[in-house]
Design a binder for this molecule. Structure first.
Ligand SMILES: [Zn+2]
Length: 80
């Protein structure tokens, strides 16, 4: 029965979203766009490196950006 259910689900998913910036899995959380405070690029939350800091959640495009932020968080926080 799982195959049938999968078929039904795939038909129920809207196929538009032509404004989607990139091809990521069709999931509301994964598709949410976030901004990397270090390099300023936007990326899908599901692809980002997530770091919690205080009450904030920060997203980075790469380990490199995360480490840059860790080295100088104030520099980038003003910019976020
Ligand atoms: Zn970055």
């Amino acid at each position: 029965m799982s195959l049938l259910r999968r078929l039904v689900n795939s038909m129920a998913v809207p196929a538009e979203k032509s404004d989607a910036p990139m091809d990521v899995p069709n999931d509301a959380v994964t598709r949410k766009l976030v901004r990397d405070p270090v390099c300023g690029m936007h990326l899908a939350a599901g692809l980002a490196i997530v770091q919690r800091q205080g009450g904030e959640v920060l997203y980075f495009c790469s380990e490199e950006c995360r480490e840059k932020f860790a080295g100088a968080p104030k520099k980038f926080a003003a910019n976020a």
